[in-house]
Design a protein around this ligand. Structure first.
Ligand SMILES: NC(=O)c1ccc[n+]([C@@H]2O[C@H](COP(=O)([O-])OP(=O)(O)OC[C@H]3O[C@@H](n4cnc5c(N)ncnc54)[C@H](O)[C@@H]3O)[C@@H](O)[C@H]2O)c1
Length: 253
C-alpha cells in the first residue's frame, strides 16, 4: 500500500512504539488518527503534525469508543486503510507469589486489553476497509498487531503477559485467512526490548543490563526502528499472515 495514500488508525499512538509509528507514517505522507486513553501525551504529536494527525480518546476494549474513533477518521481523512495496534499493558506477577496465587482479575485485565482490545479494533477496522476501492494490488487495507518476544520466551512473572502476546501471534494467521477475500493483509511484530515509557520506569542499572541482552547491536531498540518496520509492513504487498521478531537476536532467559 502506498504510504502517501494511507489513512491509519494507531492504537496506543500517544506513546512509545505507537507514537513512533505515528511519526514515521506522518513523515512518509500518511494521515493518522491516534486512538489512546492519554490525550496529554498525544498533544505533542498533534502539535508536530497538525494537518496529518488527529486524536480520538478511546479505550480499545470498548465497542462504541472504537466505532466513534473510526467514524472520526473517516470524517477527517475520508477512509481507513490501515489499523496499527500498539495499545497494550504489561504486568509482572508470578503464578504463585509471596502474597498467594496470581489474582485472576489482573490476568483477565491483561487479556482484555492486549488480546480482546487488539481484536476489537482489528474487527471493526476491517469492516471499514472492506468498503474501500482496491488499489492496483487488489488491496483494501492492512492490519498490524503488536505481540512481544514474551510470546515465545516468556520470563518469570509473565504468565499473563505472555499468554496475551501468544494470543496475538496465534490470531495472526486465522485473521489473515478471514480477511484475504476482502483484500486485507494482517501481520504482527513481536518486539524485543525497546526504550519506551514501559521500560524507562526501570532503574538505570536494570535498563543497562537489558541493553546488553541482544546479540547485535547490544542496546535497547529505538521506537523509530519499530515504526519503520510497521511502515514497511504496510507498504509491502506480499507480506501477509506473518509474525516477525524485531529484537536484534535477543532470547530472554
Ligand atoms: N517497550 C518494549 O520493550 C515492548 C516490548 C515488547 C512488546 N511491547 C508491546 O508494544 C506495545 C506498545 O508498548 P510501549 O512500550 O510503546 O508502551 P507505552 O506504555 O509507552 O504505550 C502504550 C500506550 O497504550 C495506551 N493504552 C493502554 N491501554 C489502552 C486502552 N485500553 N485503550 C487505548 N489505549 C491504551 C497507553 O495510554 C499508552 O499510550 C504494547 O502492546 C507492548 O506490550 C513493548
Amino acid at each position: 500500500m502506498d504510504l502517501q495514500q494511507t489513512v491509519a488508525v494507531v492504537s496506543g499512538g500517544a506513546s512509545g512504539l505507537g507514537g513512533a509509528c505515528v511519526q514515521v507514517l506522518a513523515e512518509a505522507g500518511a494521515k493518522v488518527v491516534i486512538l489512546d486513553l492519554d490525550s496529554e501525551r498525544a498533544a505533542a504529536l498533534l502539535a508536530e503534525y497538525p494537518d496529518s494527525v488527529a486524536f480520538a480518546r478511546c479505550d480499545i476494549t470498548n465497542d462504541s469508543d472504537v466505532s466513534e474513533a473510526l467514524d472520526l477518521c473517516e470524517q477527517r481523512f475520508g477512509k481507513v486503510t490501515a489499523a496499527v495496534n500498539c495499545a497494550g499493558i504489561a504486568i509482572a506477577e508470578k503464578t504463585l507469589g509471596r502474597e498467594g496465587p496470581h489474582p485472576l482479575a489482573s490476568f483477565r485485565k491483561v487479556q482484555d486489553v492486549n488480546v480482546a482490545g487488539t481484536f476489537n479494533l482489528s474487527r471493526l477496522a476491517s469492516e471499514r476497509m472492506a468498503k474501500n476501492e482496491p488499489d492496483d494490488n487488489g488491496e483494501r487495507g492492512v492490519i498490524l498487531m503488536t505481540a512481544s518476544v514474551a510470546a515465545f520466551d516468556g520470563q518469570k512473572g509473565q504468565a499473563a503477559y505472555a499468554a496475551s502476546k501468544g494470543g496475538v501471534v496465534a490470531m495472526t494467521l486465522p485473521m489473515a485467512r478471514d480477511l484475504a477475500g476482502s483484500g486485507i493483509r494482517v501481520n504482527t511484530i513481536a518486539p524485543g526490548l525497546f526504550l519506551t515509557p514501559m521500560l524507562e520506569s526501570l532503574p538505570p542499572a536494570a535498563r543497562e543490563a537489558l541493553g546488553r541482552a541482544p546479540l547485535h547491536p547490544q542496546r535497547l531498540g529505538k521506537p523509530k526502528e519499530f515504526g519503520s518496520l510497521a511502515a514497511f509492513l504496510i507498504s509491502h504487498p506480499y507480506l501477509n499472515a506473518e509474525a516477525i521478531r524485531l529484537d536484534a537476536g535477543v532470547r530472554l532467559p
